[in-house]
Design a protein around this ligand. Structure first.
Ligand code: ZN
Length: 316
């Protein structure tokens, strides 16, 4: 069985979205915003623009991991299976999450009993600290460079009660504002299978397998299936019951390599070209899959990349 490193970079055109709200001030709910620095002729200029946090994306991916694991009867702790990613913070959480508290190595116990924490890591902060780094990496989604000057954030007025009913007579009509944004957003995610199903924390045991070969392959297949669902359906972000964005992938590049090899940043429009150029110079058995909305092959690129990844993992 071989390990792989998958790197995904892409751009999504999302209109009227409220995927990541940062705070509310009274009846005003604000979209998350971040500073973005761009070189200009005489120095730099900073834009303060809407963004979607990596935590928001990671939450969505971990939910997908839990769902795919349960379909295949792979153990997930009680909290992660419900989308509560406290992830073994302390003894109280562990006692709630697992039926039998650990009597062996903490990392071994958690990896064996919760697939989400095997893949997504955890931080156990008791007298003894035990940390497992996530095997996937996600970043903030920010507007693409050429869209920075055209990004819009607009507070939309909504009212909760209907006039003419007895409910509004006493207090008047309750109004509220939700900031909506429209932008061409970047997307970045990497996944390294090297330590999935393996110990990492104590240096003497780092890399030790915790599962038989077939069981580990099943776990890696499950991660890749979760990634496929995640990329095809984009199940991340908040407020989707009433602010479901109008949007879709604009372009995507996915690389599959033997070890760490990342695709180029989607911040600039030539990122697919840059990724292909990088492969000419350096390659760890790197294969690249490209999808573009104008060629109507985004889904095809995602499915082909994941199937290719699965085949590489299954090599003896
Ligand atoms: Zn868990």
């Amino acid at each position: 069985m071989k390990d792989i490193f998958i790197s995904i970079r892409g751009r999504l055109l999302l209109n009227v979205e409220a995927l990541n709200m940062a705070e509310s001030v009274g009846n005003y709910v604000k979209h998350r915003k971040v500073p973005v620095l761009v070189p200009e002729e005489n120095g730099f200029v900073t834009y303060f623009v809407p963004a979607i946090s990596g935590e928001s994306i990671a939450h969505g991916f971990q939910k997908t991991l839990a769902e795919e694991a349960e379909k295949r009867s792979i153990a997930v702790c009680k909290l992660c299976s419900k989308g509560v990613f406290l992830k073994s913070t302390n003894n109280k959480v562990i006692n709630e999450a697992f039926n039998n508290p650990p009597n062996t190595d903490i990392e071994e116990f958690i990896v064996k009993n919760c697939f989400v924490e095997d893949v997504g890591g955890f931080m156990y902060a008791e007298a003894e600290n035990v940390k497992r780094t996530s095997n996937f990496y996600v970043g903030y989604m920010i507007p693409a460079k050429e869209a920075l000057e055209h990004v819009v954030v607009d507070p939309q007025l909504h009212s909760r009660y209907a006039l003419g009913t007895s409910f509004v007579a006493e207090q008047g009509q309750m109004i509220y504002y939700v900031e909506l944004s429209s932008a061409l957003y970047t997307f970045s995610m990497d996944l390294d299978t090297k330590y999935i199903g393996r110990l990492t924390f104590q240096y003497e045991n780092a890399g030790k397998d915790l599962f038989e070969k077939d069981e580990r392959r099943k776990r890696l297949d499950t991660v890749l299936d979760a990634l496929k669902v995640f990329l095809l359906e984009q199940p991340f972000g908040a407020k989707k019951t009433r602010f479901l964005p109008q949007g879709e992938w604009n372009s995507i590049v996915i690389s599959v390599s033997d070890k760490t090899w990342t695709a180029s940043s989607p911040f600039t429009s030539k990122y697919i070209e840059s990724t292909l150029k990088k492969k000419d110079k350096i390659s760890y058995n790197t294969e690249i899959f490209v999808g573009k909305v104008e060629e109507n092959n985004i889904e095809e690129a995602i499915i082909n990349a994941i199937e290719h990844g699965k085949q590489r993992i299954s090599v003896q």
